[in-house]
Design a protein around this ligand. Structure first.
Ligand code: NA7
Length: 534
């Protein structure tokens, strides 16, 4: 380590969601000093902000939880198969209390700049509270889905009613009773929020640009019997989860057979079985749904058939039937989404051909028609994966701005480090399995990898760790090649950045958690030979 190189802390960790909390825990446990910075008033990240009605995780709670501490995973009791936002936030708070994490964070503070000083080999991070902190390492735990995307409709400020974004929901909740409400967007958030909003609202109009596939979550209380049987062999259960493509689904019945080899009766029975099991598992009903368009179409048609059965008005049912590849955009899971459109006070407006033109003082206008509302809910998603990183105005070695380096899309090595930005790490960043896998598992993997790497580098007396340009180029090629063997690139998803106007169209996550894990293990076994140290 360089002498005469004062810095405030060893590491700055940006974000106090599950990523930042665990990163902080493990760094401090290993004797490093660290300062956390979080824009919210408390821990929880995504689960702090997404308080919209109906919000729940689409990964089962026994898997969407930390495994680093056996006492924690044994003692915590989940109440439901899929935990709702309030329960997950309670869990995040419990972890913060148990491991005394809050003392390491400055809350209500946003990073507004981070600059690397080549001479001093330190990062200098400035905040909106006027405080500047220096550190050897900068660790971005800013989350994959934290920067909200609100379309820039003309007349936004003219609307006299209330507006909310699902990802920035008021703590005190919203009273929709008797109100005329609009929901714009039918991704996972819209699909979860629409049924409970409909239950309260006087009238609800949903504006849909792309119909989404949704599978009933079949959520239910988690029985003691089920919970105890998993806890009795939790390590084994976690290991099974880590072996599956998205690092969850330890108890999924993956059917590896081809839908093309099945008889029509077998197909129907299998899809029905997986539909009844609920949620994401539907994608595992046959082994070729994610790789063959022909196979995928059978699954699409099955779900369209379900929509036809559930939704009584044929014109509404028709509008709700997606024509994209199933699973290309993240598969949604719901509690009574399609059924909601059978209520006479719920309306669906297709804005695929006639986009929303503008907002005005009373509501919004599309296809020349004005719709009047008291409340407009934006369920319009996020500037995913890169938005929150780029918002921090990061400037690396020799004045290179990250937004310039990533102008044509994010590029990095292992989704962890990008050349030209020494000692900077991204947790579950683009180029890693990130949002295509169980995020808590990915977070633990990254936080442990980063800590071990820093310790190794320090033990060798190095002061800087960098990604190597050649390795980075090859990594990005690998990420792209893997995506090209799937059906993911066939639609306009946030995985591709296609939901944000002007964002480069690049498939960002690495497909396949088990191969990624193998790669990280190999890198450690090879003494990090693909990194550059100085
Ligand atoms: P998503 O999945 O990005 O969904 C956003 C929705 O908003 C989607 O239906 C969009 O239509 C719609 N949208 C976005 N902009 C517009 C405009 N200008 N007009 C009309 N409709 C629009 O975000 P979510 O919050 O639902 O889910 C994000 C993730 O959070 C989810 O995958 C889970 O991992 C948790 P589009 O499909 O782009 O045509």
């Amino acid at each position: 380590m360089t002498v005469n190189n004062p810095y405030d802390v060893d590491a700055i960790v940006v974000g106090a969601g599950f990523g930042g909390m665990y990163m902080m825990h493990i760094l401090t446990k290993h004797g490093y000093s660290a300062q956390g910075i979080e824009r919210a008033s408390d821990v929880g990240g995504t689960w702090y902000w997404n308080r919209y009605p109906g919000c729940q995780c689409d990964v089962e709670s026994m898997e969407y939880s930390y495994q680093f501490d056996d006492d924690l995973q044994q003692k915590w009791e989940w109440t439901k198969r899929y935990a709702g936002q309030a329960e997950i936030l309670k869990y995040a708070n419990h972890v913060a209390d148990e491991f005394k994490l809050r003392r390491h964070f400055m809350f209500n503070t946003s990073v507004d700049g981070a600059t690397y000083d080549d001479d001093r080999e330190i990062w200098s991070v400035s905040t909106d509270t006027g405080k500047t902190i220096t550190a050897r390492f900068l660790i971005m735990a800013t989350g994959c889905l934290s920067t909200t995307n609100i379309p820039d409709f003309p007349g936004m400020s003219d609307f006299k009613g209330d507006t909310y974004h699902t990802g920035n929901w008021p703590k005190e909740g919203v009273d929709f009773s008797g109100k005329k409400v609009a929901v714009i967007g039918t991704g996972s958030s819209g699909i979860q929020a629409i049924p409970p909003i409909a239950q309260q609202a006087g009238e609800l109009t949903v504006f849909q640009r792309t119909a989404a596939y949704s599978i009933p979550a079949q959520n239910r209380p988690l029985t003691d019997e089920k919970q105890n049987s998993i806890k009795a062999n939790y390590d084994e259960f976690r290991a099974r989860g880590a072996m599956s493509p998205a690092a969850f689904g330890a108890d999924f019945a993956f059917n590896m057979g081809s839908v093309l080899d099945a008889t029509p009766e077998e197909r129907q029975a299998t899809f029905e079985e997986f539909w009844n099991y609920g949620g994401f598992n539907f994608l595992a009903s046959f082994g070729d749904l994610s790789s063959s368009l022909e196979a995928n179409e059978f699954a699409c048609e099955f779900v369209r058939g379900k929509i036809r059965e559930i939704v009584k008005d044929p014109a509404t049912a028709e509008m709700l039937m997606p024509d994209t590849v199933l699973g290309c955009k993240r598969l949604c899971s719901d509690d009574g989404y399609y059924e909601t459109f059978n209520s006479p006070h719920v309306h669906l407006v297709d804005v695929s051909e006639h986009p929303i033109e503008r907002l005005n003082d009373k509501g919004l206008v599309t296809n020349g028609t004005e719709y009047k509302f008291d409340i407009i809910v934006f369920a319009t998603g996020y500037d995913a994966l890169t938005g929150s990183i780029l918002k921090c105005n990061i400037v690396g070695s020799k004045g290179l701005a990250l937004k310039d380096k990533w102008a044509a899309g994010p590029s990095n090595y292992l989704g962890l480090m990008t050349t030209g930005f020494p000692n900077m790490f991204t947790i579950t960043g683009p180029g890693s399995p990130s949002a295509l896998a169980n995020l808590i598992t990915g977070i633990e993997q990254h936080a442990e990898f980063i800590t071990t790497l820093i310790k190794w580098s320090d033990a060798k007396g190095h002061t800087t760790i960098q990604a190597d340009q050649l390795q980075e180029d090859q990594w990005i090629e690998t990420v792209n090649t893997r995506a090209s063997h799937t059906l993911y690139p066939t639609c306009n998803s946030w995985y591709l950045g296609a939901n944000v106007p002007g964002k480069p169209r690049v498939f960002m996550p690495y497909v396949g958690f088990p191969d990624y894990s193998k790669k990280l293990k190999q890198v450690v076994a090879d003494d990090y030979a693909e990194f550059t140290f100085a």
